[in-house]
Design a binder for this molecule. Structure first.
Ligand SMILES: C[S@@+](CC[C@H](N)C(=O)[O-])C[C@H]1O[C@@H](n2cnc3c(N)ncnc32)[C@H](O)[C@@H]1O
Length: 248
C-alpha cells in the first residue's frame, strides 16, 4: 500500500541511523523496561508504533521480547527491514498509518518513542491512533509513549545544525513555531557528499491534560506522566514527557 501523503522521513531514511548516532537508545530501552516494571508489567510481545528504522525494536528484541513494528514511511520501514536482514533477525515491520493500523493481532504491550505522535497534528487523528493502539492490546496491556511539549518548541529545540566537514550527514534545521496553532514547521536541509535534499516536518505541541483526556476517551486508564527519563512529575520547563497507561 502506498501513502502519497508522506513527505517527511523519506530521503533522510537511508541516513537516519547515522544522524541518530548520538541518541541514547540504550538508555531509552532501560527506561522503557523501568516504566514497564513500575506498571507491574512483564510483556512477552510488544508493538513498536512509528518504529522508524527499528532501532528500539532491535534493542528490545535483544532484551528477549518479541517485537514487531510499523511506520508510515516506506523508506524508514525499508531501512528497518534491511537492518533486520543484515542481523539475520526475522523481525516483522509493516508500512502503516498509526490512525488506521491493523497488524492483525494483539500484543501484550505497545510503545511509541521519540516524539513520533507529535507528527500527528490533529487531535482527532491522535485519538484515532490511541484507539488503534487500544485495539492491538488486551485489557490490562501497557501503552507507553513520549511527546515533546510546547516548551521544547518555544526553546527552538529544532534549530540545530551540524555543518562539520567530518560528518557524514550535514544538516541545518530551522523551526517556525506558531503558538496559536501549537504547530511547529521545521524546514530541514541535508547534505550527504554531493547530495542535497530537504524535508519539512510538522509537529504539534499537545497539553498534557489534553492527551490524558484523549487516552481516557480511547479506553486507557492508570495514566501517569513523567518528565522524560526520570520518575519525576513534569515541570513547567519540561521539554519532553513520557505517558504510561493501561488499556481498560
Ligand atoms: C523521530 S522518528 C522516530 C522513529 C523511532 N520511533 C525511533 O525511536 O527512532 C518519527 C517516526 O514517526 C513516523 N510517523 C509519523 N507519523 C506517523 C503516523 N501517522 N503513523 C505511523 N508512523 C508515523 C515517521 O515516519 C518517523 O519514522
Amino acid at each position: 500500500m502506498s501513502h502519497p501523503e508522506v513527505t517527511s522521513f523519506t530521503e533522510i531514511a537511508e541516513f537516519y541511523d547515522d544522524l541518530m548516532k548520538p541518541v541514547p537508545y540504550r538508555m531509552w530501552t532501560s527506561y522503557y523496561l523501568l516504566l514497564l516494571s513500575m506498571q507491574g508489567q512483564k510483556p512477552k510481545s510488544v508493538l513498536d508504533a512509528c518504529c522508524g528504522t527499528g532501532t528500539l525494536t532491535h534493542m528490545l528484541t535483544h532484551e528477549g521480547l518479541e517485537v514487531e513494528g510499523f511506520d508510515l514511511s516506506e523508506s524508514m520501514i525499508r531501512q528497518a527491514r534491511l537492518k533486520a536482514e543484515r542481523r539475520k533477525l526475522p523481525l516483522r515491520f509493516e508500512v502503516a498509518n498509526a490512525c488506521t493500523v491493523d497488524m492483525g493481532r494483539q500484543y501484550d504491550a505497545a510503545l511509541c518513542f521519540f516524539d513520533s505522535f507529535n507528527n500527528i497534528t490533529d487531535p482527532q487523528d491522535l485519538l484515532k491512533a490511541f484507539k488503534r493502539i487500544a485495539a492491538h492490546l488486551p485489557p490490562g496491556g501497557s501503552f507507553i509513549f513520549d511527546l515533546n511539549l510546547a516548551y521544547a518548541f518555544e526553546q527552538k529545540m529544532f534549530n540545530q545544525q551540524d555543518m562539520s566537514k567530518s560528518s557524514k550527514v550535514r544538516y541545518r534545521w530551522r523551526g517556525d513555531y506558531d503558538p496559536r496553532t501549537c504547530i511547529i514547521q521545521v524546514n530541514m536541509q541535508f547534505w550527504v557528499g554531493e547530495q542535497h535534499f530537504t524535508e519539512t516536518h510538522n509537529q504539534r505541541a499537545y497539553e498534557i491534560e489534553e492527551v490524558v483526556d484523549l487516552l481516557d476517551e480511547a479506553g486507557f486508564q492508570d495514566i501517569r506522566v513523567f518528565e522524560s527519563y526520570t520518575l519525576n512529575p513534569p515541570r513547567e520547563k519540561s521539554d519532553r514527557v513520557h505517558f504510561i497507561s493501561i488499556r481498560g
